[in-house]
Design a protein around this ligand. Structure first.
Ligand SMILES: Cc1ncc(COP(=O)(O)O)c(C=O)c1O
Length: 503
């Protein structure tokens, strides 16, 4: 058999296929000129979708390992002549040296979306960042001037790995709102919550450990868990968040090591876990003694309806490790996030952080402390709470006018994203090149799933595009869906794919 698939593995099937073929090419098992099975046949042999094989072959072709020839099919390519220099000496075969961990980051769908989104003629609804025109630049300039003037030397040295003490304390107060502040001993400042996730995975997971995740869930978490060699147990999300009713069975039968959840205005679906489900989730986690990672960048960006307590607020037994960030309510460039949890966890994470980067940028920590301490962040968030729902409603209105009958979508009461679904069985990966041709990009929902689900879903960000761009972007999106529909009607999907090569 050319390839053996492990359906229990968290590594996507196409990567398992491309990795194994790559390995056999490198070992000489498949020499140059070897004919590979046609996509459709290999798909039937392995019992997978044809697009899985197309994606795997695309990966290998992008690395120059295979090539397609009209009439000859797909064959193993001749070795790259550039791999030896003018003296015939061989250069280092980098592709053979990279670890399998880096392979999991190599999602062509994401790579294509990122490439398309950065084109100047494209309005990106794919990116999940706050609007740069709202960054409080003057305020930050003043704070950095002040910091360098008064504390310059100290703030340009190292600081404790756990974080600048006043900031740990201010974050504890910020989290608690009107309640009792979280003790600074329970707070670790990290270089963005992505680093917090990485540290948690490195500290709590061994290869093969099971992690309960939501389906869909945050792409960056999938990448971290996959890189840690974890096996993922997806639980579907509906409009009230994770379907907690399905959790007990998994906890009892599979004994997972962790539960990872985004209870508030989830990325990507915008769903929020109901209070009832929050209590039930916590109760189950306590009963089965499984820690919960609560990833919460968005809960303060609530635009309507009553505020819900976080899982961390509801937890009285130290079951929840909380993660948040300034990236969505200020800007991502300072790279300041934090983890809150039981002190032994914080201490162990700090040891791991020491290996990774020693400490987080002290100047940025000081500026964030000042923003919190002087109430600026509160005011800034209040501004966002009046601007973003306006943008969301503009997008909903534009969807109503242009995309009725083409898409279904939700109305999130907070956060950054509208979650949509293409009708009539159209797939988002087919839409992406067509949307690019019309000058718009969206985040493909498939990339937020691990189980091959969600291929007709897409995530639309409403915070980054300006008000003018929102109308234009939805108009273009609807036109591209229309065009995709017509192409399907005429059986001309191939011509359409060829029109805009995105790989
Ligand atoms: C759910 C979630 N967690 C973590 C992050 C990472 O944020 P940061 O910029 O703090 O690393 C993001 C950013 O998109 C996110 O949506």
């Amino acid at each position: 058999m050319l390839v053996e698939l492990d359906r229990e593995s968290s590594l996507p099937l196409y990567l398992q296929i491309s990795n194994q073929i790559r390995e056999r090419i490198h070992t000489g098992d498949l020499p140059a000129g070897t004919k590979l099975p046609p996509e459709r046949r290999l798909a039937a042999m392995l019992g997978v979708n044809r697009t899985t094989i197309v994606t795997a072959y695309r990966e290998l072709a992008a690395d120059g390992l295979i090539e397609g020839h009209v009439g000859r099919g797909t064959v193993v390519a001749d070795p790259d002549p550039d791999s030896s220099d003018a003296h015939g000496l061989h250069q280092i075969p980098w592709n053979q040296l990279f670890t399998s961990t880096t392979e999991v980051m190599n999602d062509p769908l994401i790579r294509d979306t990122t490439m398309i989104s950065s084109r100047p003629d494209v309005i990106s609804l794919a990116t999940g960042i706050p609007s740069p025109e709202l960054y409080p630049i003057e305020l930050i300039r003043g704070l950095l001037d002040e910091a360098l003037h008064h504390g310059g030397q100290a703030l340009l040295q190292h600081c404790p790995t756990e974080g600048y003490e006043p900031l740990r304390s201010a974050l504890g107060t910020w989290m608690a709102g009107e309640g009792r502040p979280v003790d600074p001993e329970n707070v670790l400042v990290v270089a963005g919550s992505q680093q917090g996730l990485y540290l948690l995975a490195r500290t709590l997971l061994d290869p093969g450990d099971l992690v309960v995740i939501e389906s869909p869930t945050y792409l960056g978490a999938l990448q971290v868990f996959r890189a840690a060699g974890a096996r993922l147990l997806p639980i579907p999300v509906d409009s009230a968040g994770m379907r907690v009713g399905m959790l007990e069975d998994l906890l009892a039968r599979r004994r997972p090591k962790l539960i990872y959840t985004l209870p508030s205005f989830q990325n990507p679906s915008g769903a929020t876990l109901s209070l009832d489900r929050r209590r039930r989730l916590l109760d189950l986690a306590e009963r089965y003694r499984v820690p919960v990672i609560e990833d919460d960048p968005y809960s303060v960006l609530r635009y309507e309806g009553p505020t819900l307590p976080t899982l961390y607020d509801l937890d009285s037994r130290g079951t929840v490790i909380y993660l948040s960030t300034l990236s969505k309510i200020l800007f991502p460039g300072f790279r300041i996030g934090w983890v809150a949890g039981p002190n032994p966890v914080i201490k162990r994470l700090a040891l791991m952080k020491q290996i990774v980067d020693l400490d987080t940028n002290p100047l940025a920590q000081w500026a964030v402390w000042a923003l919190l301490d002087r109430g600026h962040l509160r005011t800034h968030v209040a501004d966002l709470q009046s601007i973003y729902p306006y943008r969301r409603d503009l997008m909903l209105d534009a969807l109503e006018r242009h995309a009725t009958g083409l898409l279904e979508w939700n109305r999130p009461p907070g956060g950054f994203y509208i979650w949509a679904k293409l009708l009539d069985g159209l797939r988002t990966r087919d839409l992406l090149p067509e949307a690019a041709r019309y000058g718009v990009s969206v985040a493909p929902g498939e990339s937020f799933h691990v189980d091959g689900e969600g291929d007709s879903t897409l995530r639309l960000n409403f915070t980054l595009p300006t008000t003018d761009e929102i109308e234009q972007a939805i108009y273009r999106l609807a036109a591209s869906i229309d065009s995709l529909r017509s192409a399907r009607g005429s059986g001309d999907m191939r011509a359409l794919e060829a029109a805009t090569p995105i790989v």
